[in-house]
Design a protein around this ligand. Sequence first.
Ligand SMILES: [Zn+2]
Ligand SMILES: [Zn+2]
Length: 123
Amino acid sequence: MTKYEKEIYGIITRSTEHLTVEQIYMELKKVYPKVVMSTVYNNVNRLWKARKIHKISVENMPDRYDRIVKHDHLVCQRCGKLADISLEDLTASLREQMDGDFLFYDLKIFYICPECREQEKGL
Ligand SMILES: [Zn+2]
Ligand SMILES: [Zn+2]
């Protein structure tokens, strides 16, 4: 790993947030003030391709990055906020229903988050 990859990996695995490349960039700047956005993009991509980090893509939202530890996500349909959720591991069930193995699965559960629900009540 390059020094940037190492630092970015640390930022993502330490965070309980789901960070965008921009947020990772802001964090990395605290350690390496001269780093540029394209460097961050390249390093994040390399980490992702090496399957060291997890990418969460939601329509109309910037991609967000997360630690690789298996968990699933609740996605607020209104504000796009992500929350972690742990579901039963589906690996065995999927393998049983498939002819062969698979790479990974990626579950997203859409809902309206508590804050947005509160806001709606206030209207
Ligand atoms: Zn929301
Ligand atoms: Zn997560």
